[in-house]
Design a protein around this ligand. Structure first.
Ligand code: NAD
Length: 379
């Protein structure tokens, strides 16, 4: 199968995503074709500790064979570690390796390492070239596309403020080698599938039907099914960020399922992965849309729920929990009030009218919001 190339036409910074099996072994050629020279160049691989000895070492050896002077820095991929000390470690490694303005930073890992290394590249010597090598499904179809980079900050009084400092910095190229997914834990892979469901709902009937056909194979991490899915799903985000690179309008539709999702992701008693919370959020958003009189053209709740179940993703929170349901529901509603999309004190939700027709909506009736929250508890 030939590699897929998805153009990402950011105004002023056109870039692309390559998707293929075994691409890391062909990386230098792909970089050369994208005018990213490696021969004679100092290259720093900022590498997720979980893939350092495997995919990172393989890429480092390949780039060294192609004539690059390669150094590596290992990074822990946890949200508390996605903070300034990790960026400083990358800067220090870059200095130690003698990276000058012609230097290149390559991010090898999931979204955490991509955001950290991207921010380090945006700021080191006021900006050096960046290449993204995503190794999780979520990073391949979502986090590595669009140029958002950043770190978490500690909130006044404690707690993690996610992605509160950062910069837009476009990679010269993004290389997604589906072979790296063979080592990704199945739970992480399935969490990435939730973002693919979101992209398919944004994209349209054909994309959603394709995902439904391949659902069982995808839930089992079948390599061929993944290679069919990744370019198609990534292209949805690529198209949207190219139209709205700075999130002034349509890019906000990529938050479908995320207002509910963010509110439940950090509830300590459930320990959900981001993608799992998004899966539950997608059902909640579709439910809110249906409970909003006159809004939907095509009911989606049952279809989305069936697909998520086929992908082995959660569609609701476990009904038995130490905290009473009413208390949890109140806490979820409170947290939704802090969503970044809100304006002038009013809640704004991303809701589907139909497959391929999704809108950011202000003034959603409280009864519809509550219906979405109730759906979260029907596991
Ligand atoms: N910049 C953006 O536009 C954007 C968009 C979405 C999410 N994000 C960010 O991305 C992060 C989540 O990214 P993620 O889901 O990729 O998670 P992650 O980076 O936390 O990776 C998930 C886990 O998988 C491990 N891992 C990664 N690749 C592996 C592989 N091939 N084999 C074995 N283990 C592997 C990691 O070490 C980690 O434990 C969040 O911090 C989120 O804020 C950014």
């Amino acid at each position: 199968m030939t590699d897929a190339r998805i153009p990402i036409d950011i105004p002023g910074h056109p870039t692309a995503l390559l998707v293929g099996h075994g691409l890391l072994d062909r990386a230098s050629g792909a970089l050369g074709r994208a005018s990213v020279e490696v021969a004679g160049r100092r290259v720093l691989l900022a590498c997720d500790d979980a893939v350092h000895a495997t995919h990172g070492a393989r890429l480092a050896a390949h780039l060294a064979d192609a004539g690059a002077e390669v150094a590596m820095v290992g990074l822990a991929a946890s949200e508390p570690d996605k903070a300034m000390p990790a960026v400083e470690r990358i800067w220090a490694a870059a200095l130690a390796h003698g990276l000058d303005r012609r230097g290149l930073i390559v991010a090898v890992g999931g979204g955490i390492v991509g955001d950290l290394a991207g921010f380090a590249a945006a700021t080191y010597l006021r900006g050096v070239d960046l290449v993204q090598v995503p190794t999780t499904l979520l990073a391949m179809v979502d986090a590595s596309i669009g140029g958002k980079t950043g770190v978490n900050l500690t909130l006044p009084g404690g707690g993690l403020g996610k992605n509160l400092a950062g910069a837009f910095w476009q990679p010269k190229l993004t290389i997604a080698d589906s072979r790296t997914l063979a080592t990704l834990p199945l739970r992480e892979l399935r969490a990435g599938l939730a973002e693919c469901v979101k992209h398919a709902v944004l994209d349209g009937e054909e994309a959603l039907a394709a995902l439904e056909r391949d659902a069982a194979a995808l839930a089992a991490a079948d390599p061929d099914a993944l290679l069919r899915l990744i370019p198609r799903s990534a292209a949805v985000k690529a198209r949207i960020v190219a139209v709205d690179p700075l999130e002034r309008g349509i890019r906000a539709t990529l938050n479908l399922g995320h207002t509910f999702g963010h509110a439940i992701e950090t509830l300590p008693e459930f320990q959900l992965l981001h993608g799992e919370a998004v899966a539950i959020g997608l059902v909640a958003a579709a439910t809110s849309a249906e409970a909003f009189p006159g809004f939907v053209r095509e009911p989606l709740v049952d279809r989305v729920r069936r697909l998520l179940e086929a992908l082995q993703l959660p569609t609701g929170l476990p009904t038995r929990s130490a905290t009473p349901r009413g208390t949890l529901a109140g806490e979820i509603r409170r947290r939704m009030g802090f969503d970044k999309k809100n304006e002038g004190g009013g809640l704004r939700l991303v809701l589907p009218r139909a497959v391929g027709d999704v809108e950011v909506v202000a003034g959603v009736p409280e009864s519809a919001v509550e219906a979405g929250i109730r759906a979260i508890f029907v596991a």
